[in-house]
Design a protein around this ligand. Structure first.
Ligand SMILES: Nc1ncnc2c1ncn2[C@@H]1O[C@H](COP(=O)(O)OP(=O)(O)OP(=O)(O)O)[C@@H](O)[C@H]1O
Length: 310
């Protein structure tokens, strides 16, 4: 096991930030930690890294107990924290070389690793730039290069795409998948469900320091009753017509919000076909109609009763 967290409890004064949290990260996974702001993601990461003292529980990394002085373990971990942490006095190249140098003393080996990291995050044209001259997205990419240049076995990224432009965001996500393909196990925290769905092989959903659910995205979606969400833009709909839709098989709910119908149905075949037939039969005039599968937000909503997004 790459990481094992057992019954972790962390309090900040009266606030219970982690409430008997247990989970495991296996070799080769991109493990997603998904939760709204304040759910305890950063606290969990800081405990795993022994940056934070906790009240109860055990943590092991690479099957060894994790402690503040476990330098042999720390050497094989790459960290990309939420806050960009680079030196303003050093150039892009200088920063990556500095951080890589903390782990790799051989000059020739380090030179190759630094070059590779620069190429990897696509900062070739900016190697002589100082951090202050970089855009937010490029700065994040530099932050990532500093965390991964020494080729760690475990890479922990805490919300690396917050406030990043779409181009850099895609570059970062592609890069994470690439690092994983090259053999690194990844822990990825985010409150963006789309990103987590896109890249993570397994996802743990956190809320108020507790595990809400864990599984692949399909397993998580299979845990809820919602199977499909059909949206219909109607011009006008009578209560009789609404009742006809509500009476269809597998329907969970039909909501009418100023002419936009949201029809939620349980897993089952032909939901869209049945809705279309009913609209036609009941002579409901409508514009757009589209069907969507459940998202991780729907999973969160059904389990906790609130939205994942703030
Ligand atoms: N140093 C601290 N002192 C007191 N409370 C804290 C401290 N750090 C975090 N908290 C609180 O602990 C809870 C968990 O915070 P944490 O930062 O771990 O959540 P998060 O899921 O990482 O959120 P975000 O996405 O906003 O970073 C929150 O209620 C937060 O306000």
């Amino acid at each position: 096991m790459i990481v094992k967290v057992n019954q972790l409890v962390k309090r900040y004064g009266d606030l219970l930030a982690l409430d008997h949290l247990s989970f495991e990260v296996k070799q080769g996974e991109i493990f997603g930690l998904l939760g709204p702001n304040g759910s305890g993601k950063t606290t969990a990461i800081n405990c795993i890294l022994s940056l934070l003292k906790y009240d109860k529980g055990d943590i092991s990394v690479f099957d060894k107990p994790m402690k503040p002085e476990a330098y042999d373990i720390k050497r094989d971990i790459g960290i990309v924290m939420q806050e960009v942490a680079v030196f303003d006095e050093l150039t892009v190249h200088g920063n990556i070389d500095y951080f890589c140098g903390l782990y790799v003393s051989d000059k020739k080996e380090r030179k190759a690793l630094v070059e590779e990291a620069i190429k990897f995050v696509g900062l070739e044209e900016f190697t002589k730039f100082y951090p202050k001259k970089l855009s937010g997205g490029l700065l994040r990419r530099l932050n990532i290069a500093c965390g991964i240049a020494h080729k760690p076995k475990l890479i922990i990224l805490d919300e690396p795409t917050v406030a990043v432009d779409p181009q850099s965001r895609n570059k970062i996500l592609e890069g994470i998948v690439q690092l994983n393909k090259q053999g690194a196990t990844i822990i990825y925290t985010s409150h963006y469900m789309e990103e987590v769905e896109q890249i993570c092989s397994r996802i743990m959903i956190l809320d108020k320091g507790q595990v809400i659910a864990t599984g692949t995205k399909d397993e998580l979606k299979g845990m809820i009753s919602l199977g499909e969400k059909i949206t219909v833009e109607t011009y006008e709909i009578t209560s009789h017509q609404l009742e006809a839709l509500k009476g269809l098989p597998n329907i969970i709910s039909v909501e009418d919000l100023s002419g936009v119908l949201t029809i939620r149905s349980a897993k089952g075949k032909n939901n869209l076909e049945n809705v279309l037939e009913t609209l036609k039969r009941e002579q409901v005039s409508f514009g757009k109609i589209y069907s969507e599968l459940p998202t991780l937000n729907d999973v969160f909503l059904e389990i906790t009763g609130k939205e994942l997004r703030d």
